[in-house]
Write a protein that binds this ligand. Structure first.
Ligand code: HEM
Length: 403
């Protein structure tokens, strides 16, 4: 009997370069054009395969046997990029992730949640000292809040914290081609790398918080000293820019859509859904990677063995085949938790509960203190290859009950 299904075809080819200044300034548009071209595209300039649509991202992300993490597109070693977890397959990945998840036990999360809410309340109440205030949400809210709560949770010293944003920025530009931007970010991040490396050592990371917990695992013989150091470094690299991003991106989305803020003020029980919608609409991580462990098929196209792949999470969150009116920010959107802003499958984000809790704490404080908000200038998009976010978001906040 002959098969009626068509044999797989070659992956469509494109000369799209995701790393030009134009693409970095508006990845929603340009990655979106790539998604509308095909579900998987061979980017000829870099010889990598970009997976662009929601359902194919889910298929590839969940199939860790065919699509491995032992290598990834643009995954050359960089001191900003610890090799563990993201670059591992089972069984090594399973063992280290299980240990790392202990850092986010229910009890730890409960304690952290209280602290996040207290700090957010202090920060936001302190900003709303007049009927209306104009500020940059990146500097005055996102960076300030995360520098305090995230680095306290890690147990990092106060001195030098302001450097961390450069480390995180370089880290989010290191799984990317070695172009001028890559080297510039690495150079700016160098002093921060020194600070991070100093503070991932047992003597400095071990006082309290996650650092102490990680070195306790080392002492108990459950983790090697080297992996302990790398795990602290990985948390430094993965948890800063991304969460500044989710906070700032939410403020930007509400400033541009004031009726959605009014809706949330009237229905605070929508907050959880609103946070998921912000994550879908403005995802702080644009892409990550995989490698095809064997010749495989994606949407009827043949992916060669060894193909380095880009998982285009940002583009998937705007896929009109899956999302109705994807470019509309709507906090009532149904099934929005199906977004893949935290990835999917065994490598799904380790810190996603922390990220959601931090964003929730800030938005809760804003719900209490901010009546309405509006944009107060043109936001600046970060020149970040792997991340998506803003370096400046000018907003005006109108204090609750003061006008
Ligand atoms: C809104 C904030 C965040 C976003 C959007 C985000 C996004 C992601 C994504 C997309 C992945 C999946 C990678 C893949 O499948 O290729 C990932 C993995 C990871 N994230 Fe996050 N992340 C965020 C916050 C955090 C925080 C706060 C931490 C640490 C406290 C963290 C630590 C990690 C780690 C260690 C992994 C690797 C997990 C693994 O390989 O199993 N992330 N993240």
């Amino acid at each position: 009997m002959t098969s009626t299904s068509n044999p797989p075809s070659a992956v469509p080819v494109s000369d799209y370069d995701p790393f030009t200044a134009e693409a970095l300034a508006d990845p929603i548009r340009y990655d979106g054009e790539l998604r509308e071209y095909a579900s998987i595209v061979h980017l000829a300039k870099y010889d990598v395969y970009a997976v662009t649509r929601q359902s194919e991202l889910r298929q590839v992300g969940r199939d860790r046997k065919k699509f491995s993490s032992r290598s990834r597109a643009f995954a050359d070693p960089s001191p900003f990029k610890p090799p563990l977890m993201l670059m591992q397959d089972p069984p090594e990945h399973t063992a280290i992730k299980k240990l790392a998840l202990e850092l986010f036990s229910k009890e730890n999360l409960r304690t952290l949640d209280e602290t996040f809410h207290e700090e957010a309340e202090r920060l936001v109440a302190g900003l709303l000292t007049a009927d209306s205030v104009e500020l940059d949400a990146v500097e005055s809210i996102g960076t300030k809040f995360i520098t305090k709560v995230f680095l306290d949770a890690l147990g990092a010293p106060e001195e030098g914290r302001e450097l961390l944003k450069h480390f995180a920025d370089a880290a989010l530009n290191s799984t990317a081609p070695k172009n001028d931007l890559y080297y510039r970010k690495h150079a700016i991040g160098a002093p921060a790398l020194e600070w991070v490396e100093r503070n991932t050592k047992r003597e400095t990371a071990g006082e309290h918080g996650w650092g102490k917990q990680i070195y306790t695992m080392v002492d108990e013989g459950r983790l090697s000293e080297e992996d302990g150091e790398q795990l602290v470094k990985l948390i430094f690299a993965a948890g800063f820019d991304t969460t500044v991003g989710s906070i700032v991106n939410s403020i930007r989305a509400f400033a541009d859509n004031p009726e959605q803020w009014a809706l949330l003020k009237a229905n605070p029980d929508l907050l959880g859904n609103a946070i998921e919608e912000v994550l879908r609409y403005y995802p702080p991580v644009r892409y990550t990677g995989r490698v095809a462990a064997a010749e495989s098929e994606v949407d009827g196209h043949l992916v060669p063995e060894g193909a380095p792949m880009m998982m285009m999470w940002l583009s998937g969150g705007r896929d009109p085949r899956f999302w109705e009116n994807p470019d509309v920010f709507d906090i009532r959107r149904e099934n929005v938790a199906g977004h893949m802003t935290f990835g999917v499958g065994i490598h799904a984000c380790l810190g996603q509960h922390i990220a959601r809790m931090e964003t929730r704490a800030v938005l809760t404080a804003m719900l209490a203190h901010v009546d309405s908000l509006e944009s107060a200038g043109v936001p600046e998009v970060s020149d970040n290859m792997q991340g998506f976010g803003f370096t400046k978001v000018p907003v005006r906040l109108f204090a609750a009950g003061k006008h």
